[in-house]
Design a protein around this ligand. Sequence first.
Ligand SMILES: [Zn+2]
Length: 376
Amino acid sequence: MEMKICTNCVMDTTDSKIVFDEKGVCDHCNDFYKNVLPNWHTDERGAADLNKIVAKIKDSGRGKEFDCILGMSGGVDSSYLLHLAATQLGLKPLVFHVDAGWNSEIAVNNIQVMVDKLGLDLFTEVINWEEMKDLQLAFFKSGVPHIDLPQDHAFIATLYNFANKYKIKYILNGGNISTECVRNPMAWLYYGTDMAQIMDIVGRFGTIKLKSYPFSSILRHKLYLRYFKGIQVVKPLNYMPYIKKYAAKLLTETYGWKPYPQKHFESRFTKFYEGYWLPERFGFDTRKVQFSSLILTSQMCRNDALERLKKPAYDPETIVDEFNYIATKLGITAKKLREYFTMEKKFYWDYANRKTMFVIGAKVLKFLGLERSIKR
Ligand SMILES: [Zn+2]
């Protein structure tokens, strides 16, 4: 099939469901201009909206140790959000971090310097490594692209577990339109909370019982915790101008925080996965999604993005070492990992899934105005 690329961003036909209009502009761009941009207010209106929300958060935490919860990966979005919450918004966040065994040194350092300087406690949830390893291997054996799901899922489940345990009503989320307005296509990164899919893959390829790994189904956290326990997600970065470059600079100057070469590279596994595995095995390059988001929000020019995409996201000089490191850490040989790399490609539809329910749920949220853009 001939490769076709959007004339406005850098998304292309490696996203098999991409649709172009008569000017060659893709549906990611058109969705942004039509649905997201008109409803996105980073001026006084956004500030006023955020003030109202912050007042409610403070109310909910009066007399309590915490009024909101914030998960730190050490990446720029969550780090900047923590800076904002603690120093500008006057909130009392419970800061937690999930250690799934793959933290890079930079990530650990970034989290520590910020928490120290802000005088906050850090709650760390360490995932049982034997279980984590088995779950990750199950995903490798399944042949699907979304092998980072075990890390993502543990993060989401831990978040809701903490919120529930400490009776915290507000979740601060670093997710933002500014750097993430283009979403990863569903075929690239499937939903991390589809328990039907997880259980099917665990059932077929898992070898040990997952006794302590944290699970949370979407029904539990989007319905039960949201509507019966009243836990809400707030994304403060959407109510103000958020420019990634400036955020990173401020963090570096204020905390001694260190930047990463690429989004999500705070985890050594994710670095390998998004930088090497996904583009080389499947042809899915998540930089296209990240750069396109930055192009749409005027933080990058298209030519720079095209230029950077000419080089691989991984370092060819060190990739062999990295490949061996990942294999060793997972307790398998490099040869075995290579077999998973070359095995038949599978996708979410090859296993049990509740995609229909997720899509309907997303459409309802969009209809209610709670969600602007839909993963597809
Ligand atoms: Zn586009």
